[in-house]
Design a protein around this ligand. Structure first.
Ligand SMILES: [Zn+2]
Length: 249
């Protein structure tokens, strides 16, 4: 229960502070109250002035730097926190191809930002921010009953300002009703000149597979244009006979 503005107890000093002196009995407590009010206003003004130096130091704080950079952009479409795009995609089946493109671009941007957040967390010496992803630099496929995404995107090193090409793998292994439709990042790394394109075309052209069914060094789900790291840093696409490729559009 809140009473209408409770009056202070009727001491001489308090009456002085509230009523401006009309009910004051002595000069000393009125002056004291005014001085206190003036000091309070000054503290309030001072407190509102200098927030600038703190963020400046914060930006130089290494790993911590990445979190605010991402969260600052959460209202921009296609970022890691863009939950709306997940529900929009479910309604796209009646759209024309041209109508779907902007939504898939937005979804791919979100997936890239998800992967980049994973990379920054696992590589605290680096800090990258997303710059671009092309629609056809993404491959969606199922492997072993799990939906995967292999994606190439570009990101900028906030320290050196250099732009690098990334490969990332996301897999649908969480709750499909979460804000990422169940996808989580399982691999993300910088691609250098020593990369391998996908070998999907090898299968489509009827070429014989190598003898071993599992090829840890190559991906048979993606086209050649999707660049993969060498080695077995990602999980999907290695079982050459086993995958089901799904077109993006
Ligand atoms: Zn692949």
């Amino acid at each position: 229960m809140v009473k209408a503005k409770a009056r202070p107890t009727p001491t001489a000093a308090a009456k002085s502070a509230v009523a401006g002196g009309g009910e004051v009995s002595t000069e000393t407590p009125r002056r004291s109250a005014r001085l206190q009010q003036a000091a309070k206003k000054k503290r309030s003004r001072d407190a509102s002035l200098p927030p600038a130096p703190a963020p400046a130091r914060h930006r130089q704080a290494g790993k911590v730097l990445c979190a605010p950079e991402i969260s600052d952009k959460k209202t921009v479409e296609g970022t890691i926190n863009d939950a709306e795009i997940e529900s929009i995609v479910l309604k796209l089946w009646n759209f024309t191809e041209e109508e779907r493109v902007p939504y898939y671009n937005r979804l791919n941007k979100k997936r890239a930002n998800m992967a980049l957040a994973w990379y920054n967390e696992n590589n605290p010496e680096d800090c990258y921010e997303f710059t671009s992803v092309l629609l056809h630099d993404v491959c969606n496929f199922c492997d072993g009953g799990v939906c995967h995404v292999h994606i190439n995107f570009k990101a900028r090193n906030v320290t050196t300002n250099s732009e690098d090409l990334f490969f990332a793998e996301l897999a649908l292994i969480n709750n499909v009703f979460d804000q990422y439709s169940g996808y989580t990042t399982t691999a993300c790394c910088i691609i250098d000149g020593n990369c391998l394109g996908g070998l999907r075309n090898v299968l489509l052209n009827g070429c014989f597979l190598r003898e071993e069914r599992y090829d840890e060094k190559n991906c048979y789900a993606c086209d050649e244009k999707i660049k993969h790291p060498t080695g077995s840093t990602y999980k999907g696409g290695h079982y050459a006979e086993d995958y089901l490729v799904q077109g993006i559009l």
